[in-house]
Design a protein around this ligand. Structure first.
Ligand code: AMP
Ligand code: ZN
Length: 154
């Protein structure tokens, strides 16, 4: 994608501090780190969000997906190996979720010991009015997931 900043980084048109690169995936430092060592793990395919990943996954798409997740896992492991005390993995889909770059990416954010626990996912920030509302939301998601599974031939 010619107007995508991450495609430009992957093409070497914009500089980045690369931590990992293969034919399928790259990882580079975030330009606005939430913590020192904040890395973005990016597939070399321009999939805007998780909803755009082809499914069922097969062939080269499957290989890219597998390596993407393996790289997220290995970078979290590497952060611990390098001496950080913890690591967060964060991923945003759509503006409503805070996505600002429309090329799928996972944030791996190393955390030092003794820092404040990051409030990215605040537990208890929303409340169901009652059990009926909670059950209706669960049912809505079950139905939608069944549709996705059917669409994907699972
Ligand atoms: P998100 O909110 O999940 O879409 O995150 C996009 C991230 O990309 C932000 O954390 C930005 O700081 C980061 N970012 C934007 N431009 C660049 C760039 N040229 N190099 C490295 N990171 C970038
Ligand atoms: Zn892109």
């Amino acid at each position: 994608m010619s107007d995508c900043i991450f495609c430009k980084i992957l093409a070497g048109e914009i500089p980045s501090a690369k931590v990992y690169e293969s034919g399928r995936v790259a990882a580079f430092l975030d330009i606005g780190p939430m913590e020192k060592g904040h890395v973005l793990v990016v597939p070399k395919r321009h999939w805007p969000t998780l909803a755009d990943v082809p499914a069922p996954l097969a062939g080269e798409d499957r290989a890219v997906w597998d390596e993407l997740f393996d790289t997220v896992r290995r970078l979290a492991k590497a952060a611990l190996r390098a001496g950080w005390a913890g690591a967060n993995v964060l991923q945003c889909n759509g503006e409503a979720a805070g996505q600002t770059v429309g090329h799928l990416h996972f944030h791996v954010i190393p955390r030092p010991a003794g820092g404040a626990v990051p409030p990215a996912f605040e537990s208890g920030a929303a409340r169901y009015a009652d059990d009926a509302e909670r059950d209706a939301v669960a049912a809505k998601l079950r139905t939608a997931l069944a549709d996705v599974l059917r669409d994907e031939g699972v």
